[in-house]
Design a protein around this ligand. Sequence first.
Ligand code: BG6
Length: 526
Amino acid sequence: MSNGQPYYASDSTIIIMGASGDLTARKLVPALFALWKEGFLADNVPIVGVARREKTDESFRQEMYENIVEHGRFKPDNEEDWNKFAKRLFYREVDLNREDDYLLLKKSLEDLEFDFNIPTNRVYYMAIAPSLFLPVVEALHNTGLIPGRDSDDTIRVVIEKPFGHDLESAQHISRELSRMLLEEQIYRIDHYLGKETVQNILLFRFGNSIFEPLLNRNHVDHVQITVAESQGIEGGRGAYYDKSGALRDVLQNHALQLLCLLGMEPPSLFRAEAIRDEKLKVLQAMAPGDPYDLSKWTVAGQFTGGEVKGTRVPGYREEDRVPKDSTRETFVAMKIMIDNWRWAGVPFYVRTGKRLPERVTEIAIQFTLPPLHLFGTVECEGDICDLVGARPNTLVFRIQPKEAISLVFSTKRPGMQYQIQPVRMDFAYDEAFDRGLPEAYERLLLDVLRGDSTLFTRSDELEAAWRFVDPVLKRLDDPNFEPEFYKPGTWGPEGSNLLLARQGHRWRVPGSEHNRAAAGEGKSIK
Ligand code: BG6
């Protein structure tokens, strides 16, 4: 993201530890193929899949071909096209518990570097279970695959979330990693930061001059951040999810990163360290929405079974590998304050959950109302009519799906009276640009290869986020804690509405229907 970075990646080896898993199949290799198709990946970048299963280079290539065809944004044009890419794919069988296997891998990587005529410039991607991160880095370190911190070789290690389970475990992982790696060698992925529309938050804020002066306590009434999913727990994830829950799985990382990007001060330079410093300040300034009572600023829910669009869906406790009496939260909403000069007194409401009505991620900034109601409109729903004044201006960043930025503002309704009507101005990515948006992993992998850590989480950011949610986690992990139940296909438990109602606020209904409602459409106006 920072300026001055090389345009494309060359002279590196990518080693995927855990190449038999879903992440490699669905995300990593399709993303690498897309980078190559777009000209961002030079031909001297070998990709080595490492896993325990027995495979040859040929069978690995064939498997990856099928994955790219099934999941990729780009597909091979023909056999020749595929062969050009496939010749850089290799597979090495390694039992991650056997030192000898690491030594064989070392030799094999050195041979490849010789054949490709490239220096020891390696990216190790940990596509493995979180419990293996530390032992594998340790084994790579002990066998010389990750040389000492003072070596001249360029070694980068990419780690997927979860980074720990709470503040203490995250600090432990950081401490241990720092024995073997420098902070700048560690790339902690939060794939939300790779999303084009998330990156655009900074560009929108600091690449325009008319919006930024409004983004503060003088003009913003409150902010709503929603990361909603309509699906339940995907097959095989029950055991992980039940240990994690909505707060650890999404709010602590993806949602707080969105909050940081919206809340942070402009960096003095568009460089990784400067941007991460500013995000860190936001995380450190975050405060509970109520200083005394946790239940007044956090709501946790769990979905029950029920019907969604005519089909019965299982409740959380009926999901595969979830205990029948689980109290794990599948929904969490929080009122967060940012105690700094810019945002003091402005609530940031953040919510995330599974089995909500739709998959949608958005940030909505609701501005204060004009100081005086000079105009009104008579609005009727059935026989009931109301005199309605100005509605608040709302600026919405739609991260997904249908990536867009919309602004709701008031206009004069055509006619012989001064009647006020909200309307919406939309910028939709797919209408404005004729190229598809890159997948988050494309951008993130390229950034690791070119050594740009702007879009990765630094250890102090991570710790600050854990520190903030830690007291809440303790409460939710307490076996006596009962989440509030909610029906699938709804926007979460009633407590979530109450959280806002206490302040006289109301959750928006995100998505297209919402925008019609916000713009006053669907209501008759006299
Ligand atoms: C992951 C979570 O980090 O993010 C998943 O572990 C969640 O539970 C996913 O479904 C959401 O990501 P996206 O890109 O689909 O919004």
